[in-house]
Design a protein around this ligand. Structure first.
Ligand code: FES
Length: 82
C-alpha cells in the first residue's frame, strides 16, 4: 500500500494518508478533499484557475494518484498554508 504524506509548512506537521490500490485512478484533488485536506480551487477542476497547484506547479485537479506517485516517489505533498 502506498502512502501520501501531507507536509504542512506553516504548522510543521505531517499527516500520512494511506492509498488503497483501488484509489490509484482517483483524481488527486478530489481524493485530498475526501480525506479532509483543504485545497484551493475556483474552477472546480477545470484546469483554469491553477489554485490547486502543488509542488512543481502540478495541478492536482489534473493528476490521478497513480500519476502523482510516479512523479513524486516519496509521496510528499508540501502545503504552504497548512
Ligand atoms: S482546480 Fe482550478 S486549475 Fe485545478
Amino acid at each position: 500500500m502506498s502512502v501520501i504524506t501531507i507536509v504542512g509548512l506553516a504548522s510543521k506537521t505531517t499527516r500520512d494518508l494511506p492509498v488503497r490500490p483501488f484509489e490509484l485512478s482517483d483524481n488527486l484533488l478530489k481524493w485530498l478533499r475526501k480525506n479532509g485536506v483543504t485545497v484551493a480551487s475556483s474552477c472546480d477542476g477545470e484546469g483554469v484557475c491553477k489554485k490547486c497547484s502543488i509542488q512543481n506547479d502540478w495541478l492536482s485537479c489534473k493528476l490521478t494518484l497513480k500519476e502523482f506517485l510516479e512523479r513524486q516517489q516519496d509521496g510528499k505533498i508540501f502545503v504552504s498554508y497548512l
